[in-house]
Design a protein around this ligand. Structure first.
Ligand code: NAP
Length: 537
């Protein structure tokens, strides 16, 4: 594409898994002039920010990595079944160095504004440091869970102790020894952090609003033999992941909980529990479709909690009852429920007795209970899927703000593009399978698809592409329809629905129908000449 020396072909926002791969593809396959703008001081995205104790991915290591380059797969060997945060950061640095990516990344450049200029048909992107970058395409690679959700607690600024949010964890060591610590939140993050913090704290108060289902991760070291066997079999791993709904290398068998005898299903669930990890949910294929089946599985987990936690009162408080298993993102854990057997760990139900305010000494609950603390850790999640996009103050055609366009909920075509926002792509955006999948598989699919579309445009001399409004409306309706055929919208407080952030529209955001079906559909759109997009010179 033709432009002056200052104008880029593309600006990519974010240097996590998606931004790095998108940079590689545009630079190496299309010879595009590209810059990545990254708010953090290095590569890593979510793994750069989420350094809280216990941070670990729940996709298995040899699947939670790039598959587009055989050398990267061969040369990197993972040390544990699930990759820890520090190891993932080392891995992404290794990839960035092998592919020579950092030279095109501007670190510590947080995007504060991006505006489409109709005259020049270019994006003008401003950053916190006062720089402006100009490009034909704007590609957001900001992750789905990167805008921290910090509850608005009266008096929090008066608290004299330390305050942390798990999603903005400091780079320096945080010392828990001899301290009384409050952790707020029992989602995947809290469930990982609580056992680790409990190892060092003098006293730990867990403030739980919604009890959660959690399945043991059964993490373990991986041997060199595992790596060699994996390398021998890469193609089979890849095809299993591509055929599956979630991008993990397992497929739910054609087997329903309700239609399996009580004895047999107990045997299956027990074996899956022992194996550990997210595949527990895939032991049957009707868990998210049939309430009665789901309840049987949910009850199995509730019994496991009752038999793990010694104090019956505490165990009962930990039983999830207000949502079906799997309708909130299911955490996997290492000794989470066991942690409540430690004498210095106390569970407080803040659904029954909500947090009222904060004083200089700690948290005050509605019944005036005072919890004095040296530190408060917020494991309160994210303004998921739309938060980071809206924070960038993106303006499309006629100055339309993305926040205005999405007032009633995100409206996208394929989760990839937004009408009235020409030449903008949203990697793993709302309306795509993203967070319901093993992310690197969803990311590689999106990046490959965007790259193919840009190649298609270069080859034909086109310079502008925009999703048609009718196509986006139809897609957004379809996203809602398929979600409503499952139990997923039944979790009242789920971030999938935006229900965790006060005032956020309640819309089921990820695409439920499966990464396999979604990929086929995107491929069909491409071969049909990019139906639903207006592509012009
Ligand atoms: P989350 O699932 O949204 O959990 C936030 C927790 O904070 C919930 O227990 C929530 O209660 C509670 N909370 C929020 N506001 C509160 C308030 N004002 N008062 C009291 N409690 C409050 O967030 P997350 O745990 O950070 O996880 C987000 C997602 O990140 C996960 O679902 C997963 O997709 C991803 N993640 C993945 C991994 C991994 O790969 N292993 C690890 C961590 C996170 P309610 O439920 O009542 O809202």
């Amino acid at each position: 594409m033709k432009h002056d020396n200052h104008t880029l072909d593309a600006i990519i926002v974010g240097a996590g898994f998606s931004g790095l791969y998108q940079l590689y593809c545009l630079r190496e396959k299309l010879n595009h002039k590209v810059k990545v703008l990254e708010a953090g001081g290095d590569v890593g995205g979510t793994w750069y920010w989420n350094r809280y104790p216990g941070a670990r991915c729940d996709s298995e290591s040899h699947t939670y990595c790039y598959y587009f380059d055989k050398h990267l797969l061969e040369e990197w060997s993972w040390s544990e079944r699930y990759p820890g945060q520090a190891e993932i950061l080392r891995y992404l640095n290794f990839c960035a160095q092998k592919l020579d990516l950092k030279k095109d990344i501007r670190f510590n450049e947080r995007v504060t504004e991006a505006e489409w200029d109709a005259n020049s048909q270019l994006w003008h992107v401003k950053t916190q440091t006062g720089q402006t970058f100009i490009a034909r395409f704007l590609i957001t690679a900001v992750g789905c869970l990167s805008s921290a959700n910090m509850p608005d607690i009266d008096g929090l600024s008066d608290f004299k102790g330390e305050i942390y949010h798990t999603g903005q964890w400091p780079h320096d060591t945080v010392d828990f020894e001899k301290k009384t610590i409050v952790v707020i939140g029992t989602g995947s993050t809290g469930i990982q952090a609580i056992p680790e913090i409990a190892k060092y704290a003098k006293k730990l108060y867990v403030l739980q609003r919604t009890p959660n289902y959690s399945v043991p991760a059964r993490n373990r070291p991986l041997s060199r033999d595992f790596h060699s066997a994996f390398i021998e079999d890469i193609d089979s791993w890849r095809s299993k992941m591509l055929e599956s709904r979630h991008g993990h290398p397992w497929i739910a068998p054609d087997r329903q909980v309700r239609k399996t005898s009580a004895e047999e299903r107990y045997r299956i669930m027990e074996a899956a529990w022992e194996h550990g990890g997210l595949s527990f949910r895939e032991s049957f294929d009707d868990v998210l479709l049939d309430e009665e089946s789901n309840n049987i599985m949910s009850e199995f987990i509730r019994q496991k909690i009752m038999s793990t936690v010694h104090n019956v009162k505490t165990a009962k408080k930990l039983l999830p009852k207000d949502h079906p298993f799997g309708t909130k993102r299911p955490p996997i854990d290492t000794n989470y429920f066991e942690t409540y057997n430690l004498e210095h760990v106390h569970l407080i139900d803040v659904r029954q007795n909500p947090i009222a305010s904060c004083s200089s000494a700690g948290i005050i609950l509605t019944d005036d209970t005072k919890i004095e603390a040296d530190m408060i850790v917020f494991a309160t999640g994210f303004d998921a899927m739309t938060g980071a996009l809206q924070k960038m103050n993106i303006k499309g055609r006629d100055g339309l703000k993305l926040a205005e366009a999405w007032l009633a909920g995100p409206q996208t075509y394929l989760g990839l593009a937004v009408p009235k926002f020409p030449n903008m792509f949203t990697i793993t955006g709302p309306g795509s399978p993203s967070v319901l999948t093993n992310m690197p598989r969803a990311i590689e699919q999106h990046v490959d698809w965007i790259t193919d579309l840009l190649r298609h445009m270069v080859q034909r001399g086109y310079s502008k592409v925009e999703a048609r409004e009718a196509a986006a409306n139809e897609w957004t309706e379809h996203v809602t329809d398929v979600a409503n055929k499952t139990l997923l919208p039944k979790a009242n407080h789920s971030w999938y629905l935006g229900a965790n952030v006060p005032g956020k529209p309640r819309v089921f955001m990820p695409y439920v129908f499966g990464l396999n079906h979604y990929r086929n559909h995107c491929d069909f759109i491409a071969v049909s000449g990019y139906q639903g997009f207006l592509i012009t010179e």
